[in-house]
Write a protein that binds this ligand. Structure first.
Ligand SMILES: Cc1ncc(COP(=O)(O)O)c(C=O)c1O
Length: 384
């Protein structure tokens, strides 16, 4: 991206999305072909089998690499498949550090599957750089961070973690799902690998599952191509098309998401039934300065507490425009009860140690009219 003469809005429309050389089609064609005719023994036109590579997926992967300022992009069936691919090359005896406050699906993958392969997994409060330094070991291979974290919006200093990890010979991967490449570019801040659940802002319309890894070195390309081909959890061509289409309006959508997010956060910040509002765009957020330093905006994810699990239930039953549903980053506003949705798969003790209470509600602010959204929240909070 840094080498491109074009600004971000232009790249979002055109990166990887140039006219089809054969037909001139301005949209990337969806190549629904599992296999490709070979031109001879061991020769082809660039593709032989869609698990290894597909022309539609190539374009999405090119776009992702450009938008994140990386050297290669790799698209997977889901965000979880992307995280699985990220850790697939770790070996028994390797040490993996993960932010203590992450999407619970990541914890489920690491604790219930990856740890069985003999990889040592350690959860660390990566918002505290001294804790990261103290956790580094000679066998630490990867530090995986999520910033802002789900749902408490805790930030990790990406450049700080990268400095520490690199000094110990480890790599840093960043789950950039909550901000999208429009608002945060971890590679420019020193991270090695970026991960996305494209299911969220990149697709943007809640109509597909997908995930991505963006590498910053030639060896990442080699490694992730091998994992795509060997493990096989690759994104389908149609799904790639949907994400490509979503990317074209990503900067536009993110601007509206963010304008609405700020307005909703300001409204909630003074509401008597709301406590512990977590939104990094408020000056009262303990990491506001870090958000300003490493992000290009504050996004539209936030969470807050109401008095109890029952109060959260009443709130979720009363919302009308907001939908009570998991997920985030789509054009529609969603609300979810963290303890029984995104963080249902970790134990109550893990939730308590993460700071996720029974009264915590997460909001993904969509692109509807902000006054309508605030009015909906106001009437739903009256039911609490
Ligand atoms: C921050 C974050 N990372 C990863 C994932 C997993 O993505 P997917 O649902 O596409 O597998 C999610 C899903 O909610 C998420 O919120």
């Amino acid at each position: 991206m840094s080498n491109s003469p074009y600004k971000y809005d232009t790249l979002a429309v055109h990166a990887g999305q140039y006219p089809d050389p054969q037909t001139g089609a301005v949209n990337v064609p969806v190549y629904l072909s599992s296999t490709f005719q070979l031109t001879g023994i061991g020769t082809d036109r660039g593709w032989d089998y869609s698990r290894a590579g597909n022309p539609t997926r190539d374009r999405l992967e090119e776009a992702l690499a450009i938008l994140e300022g990386g050297t290669s992009g790799h698209a997977f069936t889901s965000g979880m498949a992307a995280i699985s691919a990220l850790v697939a090359m770790l070996r028994a005896g390797d040490h993996l550090i993960c932010s203590h406050n992450v999407y619970a699906g990541t914890v489920r993958l690491f604790d219930q599957i990856i740890s069985g392969y003999g990889i040592e997994i350690e959860y660390v409060d990566t918002s505290n750089l001294a804790a990261v330094e103290a956790a580094m070991r000679p066998n630490t291979k990867l530090v995986h961070i999520e910033t802002p974290s789900n749902p408490l919006m805790v930030l990790t200093d990406i450049a700080g973690v990268a400095r520490i990890a690199h000094a110990h010979g480890a790599e840093v991967s960043v789950d950039n799902t909550f901000l999208s490449p429009v608002l945060q570019n971890p590679i420019a801040l020193g991270a090695d690998i970026v991960m996305h659940s494209t299911t969220k802002y990149l697709n943007g319309h809640s109509d597909g599952l997908g995930g991505a890894l963006i590498g910053s070195k030639p060896e990442h390309k080699e490694r992730f191509l091998l994992v795509q081909k060997a493990v096989g959890g690759v994104m389908s061509p149609f799904e790639c098309f949907l994400v490509l289409r979503g990317i074209r309006t990503l900067p536009l959508r993110v601007r509206q998401h963010e304008e609405n997010g700020r307005a909703v956060a300001e409204f909630l910040s003074t509401h008597p039934k709301v406590s512990k509002l977590a939104y990094p765009g408020l000056k009262t957020h303990p990491q506001y300065d870090l958000a300003v330093k490493q992000q290009k905006g504050f996004g539209s994810m936030m969470s807050f507490e109401v008095a109890s699990r029952e109060a959260a239930g009443r709130f979720l039953a009363a919302i009308k425009i907001f939908l009570s549903a998991e997920s985030l980053g789509g054009v529609e506003s969603l609300a979810s009860h963290s303890a029984t949705t995104t963080h249902a798969s970790v134990t109550a003790e893990q939730r308590t140690s993460m700071g996720i209470t029974e009264g915590r509600v997460r909001l993904s602010i969509g692109i509807e009219d902000k006054e309508d959204l605030i009015a909906d929240l106001e009437q739903a909070l009256q039911a609490v």
